[in-house]
Design a protein around this ligand. Structure first.
Ligand code: ZN
Ligand code: ZN
Length: 352
């Protein structure tokens, strides 16, 4: 089969023919119809700031496809089933796993970091990581629902407990932030303010339902947010960038009693405001990491029911052979991408 393998940072992925993986007990082989490209892939390939556990490794953690065959001891799945893939293989027995927070499992194994991922014609995964992909949801949408959308859903529901009518500011309106705007609308947010540096991202945030668009290139976005909220600030801010400067602006945009959820990941250190402000205003700052299988199930259900529409979110589709061009385009944000996918099953290389 054809696979795009990562060996060294700052070098293109190697497009190579590799054997189709053998299945152990409890494992399933999925023919990958679509796999999303994510900022994480850029951190690995272009920056080298995230390192997979081993190399070479096949990247790609936002996959959907069709079950090709099942290993021994697999019940409930058969060849031909349409599936989306939960990108973690968690241990299943630690307190995080039994508490429904599989993404926090200290021994979880993640596609594209520990396990060969979906930038290949076939993907091997534990059967308990599969979720049924309803007929109504095309594969490319199924792929991006597994990360770009579920991460935003987890942050807004399980972490922020967004209540109807609340005012929300989203800092960074790329993949996760864009879908946070869309989901917040669906979850009944009162007023949504979208902050970004890119005109394309701001325009798309407006299309996704943001009430106010704040261009962060000029003045302080926190000041703009205060002005737009009569000096009050917002109930809730979501930081989807992963930089200290954005986290600080987001904290400054909160009303008294407001809360900030940080979704962006990075290596920056962040300082709290002076304690008389932080404590005096009862501010909350919390992290939000990934999403659970249950989050993904709920996002798939909302989409299948037609309540969540992500049909405009896949802005580009690429054959697997062109993945390096696709990653370049994502890096330089060519065509204001919300999400790009590769479509390995449609690849010219015939494994049979
Ligand atoms: Zn991702
Ligand atoms: Zn665990």
């Amino acid at each position: 089969m054809l696979a795009a393998r990562f060996s060294n940072a700052r070098q293109p992925l190697d497009l190579v023919e590799t054997p189709i993986p053998d299945l152990g007990p409890g494992e399933v082989l999925v023919a990958v119809e679509a796999c999303g490209l994510c900022g994480t892939d850029l951190h690995i390939v272009h920056e080298g700031s995230i390192r997979p556990e081993r190399v070479p490794i096949t990247l790609g953690h936002e996959a959907a496809g069709v079950v090709d065959r099942v290993g021994r001891e697999v019940a409930g799945w058969k060849a031909g089933d349409r599936v989306a893939v939960y990108p973690h293989e968690p241990c299943g027995i630690c307190p995080s796993c039994t508490g429904g927070s599989e993404a926090l499992c200290p021994s979880t194994r993640v596609l594209g970091l520990h396990l060969d991922g979906g930038f290949a014609q076939y993907l091997k995964i534990r059967a308990d990581c599969l979720l049924s992909l309803p007929e109504e949801i095309p594969f490319d949408q199924g792929a991006i629902l597994t990360d770009a959308v579920s991460t935003a859903y987890h942050a807004l529901t399980r972490r922020a407990h967004l209540a109807a009518g609340e005012t929300l500011a989203v800092f960074g309106c790329g993949g996760v932030g864009h879908h946070a705007v869309k989901l917040a609308k669906l979850l009944g947010a009162g007023r949504i303010l979208a902050v970004d540096l890119e005109q394309g991202a701001l325009r798309r945030a407006g299309e996704a339902g943001a009430d106010e668009i704040i261009d962060a290139t000029g003045a302080s976005p926190a000041r703009a947010i205060r002005e737009l909220t009569g000096g009050e600030g917002v109930d809730l801010a979501l930081e989807c960038v992963g930089r200290a400067s954005t986290v600080v602006e987001a904290m400054k945009s909160l009303r008294r009693g407001g809360r900030l959820i940080v979704v962006g990941v990075g290596t920056d250190r962040v300082q709290l405001p002076p304690l008389r402000v932080f404590v005096g205003a009862e501010l909350t700052v919390m992290g939000s990491m990934g999403f659970s299988r249950k989050d993904m199930e709920e996002v798939l259900r909302l989409t299948a029911e037609g309540r969540l529409d992500v049909s405009q979110s896949v802005t580009q589709r690429w054959p697997l052979e062109k993945i390096n061009e696709a990653l370049e385009g994502l890096e330089r944000r060519v065509g204001d991408p919300v999400r790009m996918v590769v479509t390995p099953a449609a690849s010219t290389s015939d494994p049979s």
